[in-house]
Design a binder for this molecule. Structure first.
Ligand SMILES: NC(=O)C1=CN([C@@H]2O[C@H](COP(=O)(O)OP(=O)(O)OC[C@H]3O[C@@H](n4cnc5c(N)ncnc54)[C@H](OP(=O)(O)O)[C@@H]3O)[C@@H](O)[C@H]2O)[C@@H](O)CC1
Ligand SMILES: [K+]
Length: 607
């Protein structure tokens, strides 16, 4: 590190800031030394928020003097940021009304706002905002609430400064009612996927201060009301909510204000895979390589019912930088695989990683063992070698090659397995897996709290969990040398997850929404299998390799669909100029087109 130039250090820092998220507790710890030396963080936050808001209006062709702005202000520092920002906007000609949703407002910020000519509407009869009448009747409180909602609905911009990192649980009381009336309650954000995190641009535009109030800051969960934002201006460092689904879908475009935090002293809780990480995980061919040295991927995928999945998984595995693939399956699927990939070798043999279950029917409760799909029987036998229980030798389990367990093989997973077992469920499959282990959860629960349930699945099974979605969440063990460095953990949704610091959490959000199409999961399974097969280092983090697989899969889909849209857009750093690229929306694709684009995805990442 000593040899790094200042520019390199700056570049590294920006890369971390754009791809790593820290818990609220860590952000508070990073902020403390700066506050102690008198750095005016709140003023910096407010100035940035005001600028971003003015720029947004400008983009929509509206002058600040013509704009009506409704500020939803809570009683904490998040409300303080909002009031200082609103004061700047009012000074510059905007007409701003602060709607106080709590009992008080940040003192200095309130004074600045009033001096700038801002108006205030107090909603809580028990409020103690100086100069504002309180103690009004319940009837009047209702009238005020309705008036506030109307005012906000008809404004040009809503600045949401009700709660930030101080949020405790789902939004309650007046703040909760405002959010439910102006936004949505307990549902996943329903938005068209546009390039560059663009949103529809309809009034009122919503600017969230630090985070949309009500979304789970540390776990990205949605458990109550919130207002989806067009733009979120966030401070110091990204919080997990800006990266994790579904909360991150509510953030819109994110601008990060770099306060100069000492980020090196803290371990991120969530990291987003970038092109740089991905290229480091790809094994470049060596001069003395044989096809075996480059890795062999074995697939037990497809079935008489779904032979196409055999082709998709095999093709994707074959072009994902290994020396060879072996395929096992019924005659028809074998014929089809050979048609598509004449290089594939049929039958058993030594492999460096397995892929099982894609296109294999899941358990049919009506059929008995004998009638079960033959692929299931072979997979069940293979998976039994990974079982960590009294009946099996754990040394065998730990020495087995990595294995991707997809789709119809998920219900064959032994109770407990080592972390080189990578499971690749979507929300519904993860829910079924957890129900099979006695938990009360359905697909919707997983969609609303994916990190929570992915962690539960990892803790219960020991497997590395890759939970598929527009942003894919990966949870697994940290690599050995990483564990000692971890100094803090997030509390994710309740006590049972309190000690989550020993899990590695990653997101891959490179894919355009066009990728939600039949067979995409088969392609992913094949790719992850081959990425695992080519690893030379025994101390790798399986979570990292799986995450890179998801990233590459998304990248190949972006190439195939000619789309610049993606699930996760790294934030813009406030004050740095990023030329706005003209994003392409792209076009529909088939999963086979994604498989065809894989070599090009490798080429681009490596060049
Ligand atoms: N970190 C940084 O670098 C910097 C941080 N800064 C800013 O400070 C923010 C943190 O401020 P903070 O600590 O005052 O907490 P904050 O987010 O305002 O929340 C507290 C308020 O929320 C309310 N409330 C809570 N839960 C609720 C619920 N379920 N339902 C309803 N209400 C609920 C709670 O109400 P109460 O419980 O008191 O009734 C109280 O009013 C941070 O996000 C950033 O914007 C910048 O200024 C500078 C640098
Ligand atoms: K907020």
């Amino acid at each position: 590190m000593a040899d790094q130039t200042v520019e390199q250090k700056d570049e590294n820092r920006l890369h971390i800031l754009r791809h790593a998220a820290f818990t609220a507790a860590d952000v508070r710890a990073m902020e403390r030394p700066l506050l102690e030396t008198g750095v005016p963080l709140m003023r910096m936050a407010a100035t940035a928020t005001a600028h971003v808001t003015a720029d947004l209006l400008d983009e929509e062709g509206m002058a600040l003097e013509d704009a009506n702005i409704a500020l939803l202000a809570g009683s904490g520092d998040n409300g303080g940021d909002g009031l200082f920002a609103a004061a700047i906007l009012a000074q510059n000609g905007a007409s701003v009304t602060a709607i106080a949703v709590g009992r008080s407002l940040h003192g200095d910020a309130f004074d600045a706002f009033i001096r700038a000519g801002g108006k205030v509407l107090v909603l809580d009869p028990a409020s103690e905002v100086p100069g504002c009448a309180a103690g009004f009747s319940a009837g009047e409180a209702g009238e005020r609430l309705r008036a506030a909602i109307e005012l906000a609905r008809h404004s040009h911009v809503i600045i949401d400064a009700m709660t930030g990192i101080g949020l405790d649980g789902a939004l309650r009381g007046i703040a909760g009612t405002m959010a439910a009336s102006l936004g949505v309650d307990g549902t996943v954000p329903d938005r068209t996927a546009l390039p560059d995190g663009d949103t529809a641009g309809e009034f009122p535009l919503v600017v969230a201060v630090d985070a949309p109030s009500g979304i789970g800051i540390d776990d990205g969960a949605i458990t109550g009301p919130y207002i989806p934002a067009d733009v979120t201006v966030t401070f110091g460092a990204l919080k997990p909510a800006a990266m994790l689904p579904p909360a991150s879908y509510a953030c819109g475009r994110v601008t990060l204000v770099d306060f100069g935090f000492d980020i090196d002293g803290h371990t991120p809780f969530v990291e987003a895979v970038s092109g740089d990480n991905a290229s480091e995980t790809i094994r470049l061919p060596h001069l003395a390589d044989t096809k075996y040295a480059r890795g062999v991927t074995g697939l037990i995928t497809g079935s008489d019912r779904y032979p196409g999945a055999a082709v998709l998984s095999a093709k994707a595995a074959a072009v994902s930088n290994v020396g060879m693939i072996r395929y096992m399956g019924p005659q028809r699927a074998r014929d089809m695989v050979l048609d598509a990939v004449p290089e594939a070798v049929m039958g058993k043999g030594r492999v460096q990683a397995w892929v099982v279950g894609s296109g294999v029917p899941a358990d049919d409760p009506d059929s008995d063992e004998e009638q079960a799909d033959p692929q299931r029987q072979i997979i069940a036998k293979l998976l039994s070698h990974y079982a960590l229980d009294d009946e099996h030798d754990p040394d065998i389990a730990y020495e087995m090659p990595p294995i991707v367990v997809d789709a119809g093989a998920l219900d064959l997973l032994p109770d407990e397995v080592p972390s080189q077992v990578v499971i690749t469920p979507h929300a519904g499959e993860l829910a079924s897996l957890l129900v099979g282990r006695g938990l009360d959860v359905d697909s919707r629960d997983v969609q609303l709290e994916p990190l929570h349930w992915a962690i539960r699945a990892h803790e219960l099974t020991g497997a590395t969990v890759l939970l598929k979605g527009a942003i894919t969440v990966i949870v697994g063990e940290r690599a050995e040398d990483d564990v000692d460095d971890v100094d803090s953990g997030a509390t994710v949704h309740g006590d049972d997850d309190a000690a989550t610091s020993d899990v590695r959490v990653l997101v891959a959000g490179r894919a355009p929404a066009w990728l939600g199409t039949a067979g995409a999961g088969d392609v992913l399974a094949g790719m992850v299998g081959s990425l695992l097969a080519q690893q030379d280092d025994e101390d790798i983090s399986y979570a990292d390799v799986a995450a890179v697989g998801a990233y590459l899969h998304g990248y190949a889909a972006a190439i195939a669909s000619e789309s610049d849209q993606r699930g996760f857009n790294p934030p813009t750093i406030y004050g740095t100029t990023t030329a706005a690229p003209l994003g392409k929306l792209g076009h529909p694709i088939l999963a086979s087109a994604v498989a065809d684009a894989i070599p090009e995805a490798f080429r681009r990442l490596l060049s």
